[in-house]
Design a protein. Structure first.
Length: 293
């Protein structure tokens, strides 16, 4: 079975059609799937309908087609979404090293997607970087930046997420009204909130650069007078470029702190009811879904 958005605010299970494994393909049985909360709530609210829900998945290879060298039993990260199993091209799954725990491994897909966004603005070693929002994308941006040696600060209104930002390595953490103006070279928009985006633009230096990673926003992100006054550059970024290449770097930088991204765990059968509890701004960073074959 897999979970879909069948209509506005209507998650529904649907059966998976039988599917064989062809040359170059693997069948993956899901063990864990992780929520991209803002993105999934956006699909549930606005469609299109029907749409599959979910994104990051960790599972076990249960069958391999001709020409595949990945062994049966290998742990892999995929993008099956909230589905019990799926068939992928073997080149599209990411093998997980034995020493990387399941919960930490699940971060590898969005780790590359945030890293790709950071490559769009190319922070130099001497530049100060400010991340707006300590949600899933914001915290993974902090990890990518700090592990690469950058000085990173965070804007975040909620106390528990401020604590997470410090735990993940942020140098300074500010409330939306507290960030110093005209102080940062590079901004990373992960707040999904107009107020957070406006605070980020206000904190950038003249001719500063900003990348927007957030989607599923709580309102439109609009350009403030700071954008024109300071001649700022704003670009957007979505999917990653080469997940396997970034994974090799990511596995060397995996930390137990990554497990704090998932403070809520539910069984797959309870997932549809979880969305209603996540539809407020005070939602957890993410959640994990456990699948039992």
């Amino acid at each position: 079975m897999r979970l879909i958005a069948a209509a506005p605010l209507t998650p529904r299970w649907e059966p998976l059609a039988p599917r064989g494994v062809g040359p170059g393909e693997v069948r993956v049985q899901t063990r864990l799937s992780a929520l991209s909360v803002a993105s999934e709530l956006s699909v549930l609210r606005d469609g299109p309908f029907p749409s599959a829900l979910g994104y990051q998945t960790l599972g076990t290879v249960t069958e391999a087609g001709p020409g595949v060298t990945l062994p049966v039993g290998a742990r892999v990260v995929t993008t099956l979404g909230h589905a019990a199993w799926g068939v992928h091209g073997a080149s599209r799954v990411i093998p997980v090293p034995d020493d990387v725990p399941d919960r930490a491994a699940l971060s590898v897909i969005l780790a590359e997607e945030t890293a790709k966004g950071l490559r769009r603005v190319q922070p130099a070693p001497h530049e100060r970087v400010l991340v707006a929002g300590a949600g899933l994308l914001g915290l993974l941006s902090v990890v990518n930046l700090t592990r690469a040696g950058h000085d990173v600060s965070v804007i975040e209104p909620r106390a528990h997420r401020q604590a997470l930002a410090r735990q993940f390595g942020a140098h300074e953490v500010y409330g939306p009204e507290d960030a110093p103006r005209d102080a940062f070279d590079v901004g990373v928009e992960c707040s999904a909130a107009p107020a957070g985006f406006a605070a980020l633009l206000g904190a950038l230096k003249p001719r500063g650069r900003c990348v927007v990673l957030s989607d599923g926003n709580w309102g439109a992100l609009t350009l403030t007078p700071d954008f024109h006054r300071k001649e700022l550059s704003v670009v957007a970024s979505s999917d990653g470029e080469d997940y396997a290449v970034h994974a090799r770097w990511w596995w060397r930088n995996v930390s137990p702190v990554l497990e704090a991204l998932y403070p809520v765990t539910v069984a797959a059968a309870d997932l549809p009811d979880l969305y209603a509890r996540l539809s407020t701004p005070d939602r957890p960073v993410s959640a994990l879904v456990e699948w039992i074959p």
